[in-house]
Design a protein around this ligand. Structure first.
Ligand code: F6P
Length: 440
């Protein structure tokens, strides 16, 4: 069970320097833009959960509020920042890079920012990837493009080598934009920096189109990604409706978490079945997917299946191989469904026309939509406030409309996934009218 201690963010020392942001807020009667140390965001969101803890108020688990502080730790004149983007692409990466650079330059007066190339590999000298110098001019328009101007890569690197490089480059603030694996790496880097006492702040901006990092609200880029996936579902519906025995299949990303499948399916109400890694299903038998699909096509003339890539892996052949991030290489559930559905309908002597869609990388390589762009810019600003105030080994997130600072260890201790007993999955069931369980 979470305790207040689990949510305490590490600081490098007492912030003593008046914040340069005073210029913006100083003229006001109160410094309402600043966040105070007592301004903490409740972990629990219902009275019953709070009551069940039986704790005095000041011992309840709470998050530190994210935001600007009136005192900072780093002297802007002598501070150098570094930014790295790691792992798979995600809409909004360039928005985050841009906003970090602008916040540092324009509001804190930190005019020395390096962009490390291609993930953690860019911090390994023998990879030969010289960092880019980032300025407001060089990043001014990057948010208009998908991807990351810094490039990315998967996989961890030797922590000692990375910290040596940060020290050699004179970096004081290190911003890591990455998924859970990259955040585990950032935690190790932050711990090593603390051990060496080198005064380097490590602050993460969690990135995952799969939305599978816990306690941070929704991850940036997720909304853009599922909106793109919803377009494929709409197309699958149109195709399936027009064909005799039309079955649309849309395979979307989501290795361990089915959030993209769930949200994109609910968005258009065009899906008849949503298959996610968290909810196992059988293919055969009276209550298996094929029998239900057959009944749905008989009733409505067509059907659409949205399947997350990590769903139904027990039905697929897998190689046992792993990718550079250590993730198991998945079997292709989309192709398997296509073949099994064709075989099943022809075995019954019934017509079927399967329309197969795999929007794949299309949903994550696009620029962020305006909602995500706003979110990216604000997360980046909160990350800069945290780093400048000397916070380290933490990520920024959002809880109940408040930005929060969360220890990295707390967001990497377990993955976030769709609860089969939760209200999101219930919404999927209500939207699709698929059976609660498809087990033979
Ligand atoms: O990790 C996020 C993710 O979108 C997964 O859902 C997907 O399996 C993976 O990235 C694919 O990325 P890549 O092909 O770059 O490894």
């Amino acid at each position: 069970m979470v305790t207040l201690a689990d949510l305490q963010v590490t600081t490098l020392g007492q912030p003593t320097i008046p914040s340069p942001l005073a210029e913006y807020v100083g003229g006001r009667a109160t410094n309402e833009y600043y966040v105070g140390e007592d301004d903490r965001v409740l972990f629990d969101d219902t009275i019953s959960l709070v009551k069940a803890r039986g704790l005095p108020l000041d011992e309840l688990p709470t998050f530190e509020a994210g935001g600007a502080r009136d005192r900072i730790y780093f002297d802007p004149a002598t501070t150098r920042a570094g930014i790295v983007t790691c792992g798979g692409l995600c809409p909004g990466l360039n928005d985050v890079i841009r906003a970090i650079v602008f916040e540092l330059y324009e509001h804190y007066g930190v005019t020395d920012v390096l962009g490390f190339r291609n993930g953690y590999a860019g911090l390994v000298p023998e990879c030969g990837l010289e960092p880019m110098v980032l300025t407001p001019e060089s990043v001014a328009n990057i948010h208009e493009r998908g991807g990351t101007v810094l490039g990315s890569s998967r996989g961890a690197q030797e922590v000692d080598v990375v910290v040596d490089e940060l020290e050699a480059r004179g970096v004081n603030l290190f911003f890591v934009i990455g998924g859970d694996g990259s955040m585990r790496g950032a935690h190790k880097i932050a711990q090593e920096c603390l051990r060496r006492g080198n005064d380097i702040a490590v602050v993460g901006v969690p990135k995952t189109i799969d939305n599978d990092i816990p306690h941070i609200g929704q991850s940036f880029g997720f909304q853009t990604a599922f909106s793109r996936a919803a377009e494929s579902i709409k197309a699958a519906k149109v195709e399936a409706e027009a064909a005799l025995g039309g079955v649309g299949i849309v395979k979307v990303m989501g290795r361990h978490a089915g959030f993209i499948a769930c949200y994109s399916a609910i968005a258009g109400h065009d899906a008849d079945f949503v298959l996610i890694p968290e909810v196992p299903f059988d293919l055969d038998g009276e209550h298996g997917l094929l029998a239900h699909l057959h009944r749905r096509v008989a009733e409505r003339g067509h059907a659409v299946i949205v399947v997350a890539e990590g769903a139904g892996q027990q039905h697929c052949e897998t190689s046992g191989a792993t990718d550079p991030s250590g993730n198991a290489v998945l079997g292709d559930i989309g192709i398997l469904l296509r073949e099994r559905i064709r075989a099943d309908f022809s075995g019954r002597g019934e017509p079927v026309n399967v329309r197969y869609f795999d929007p794949g990388y299309l949903i994550r390589s696009v620029p962020a939509d305006p909602v995500d762009s706003v979110y990216c810019a604000r997360l980046a600003q909160i990350a800069v406030h945290a780093a400048m105030s000397g916070r380290t080994d933490m990520v920024v997130g959002r809880r109940r409309h408040r930005f929060v600072n969360v220890p990295i260890a707390y967001v990497t201790h377990r993955p976030h996934s769709v609860s089969p007993d939760g209200d999101l999955w219930l919404s999927v069931l209500e939207s699709t009218s698929q059976p609660h369980a498809m087990r033979a």
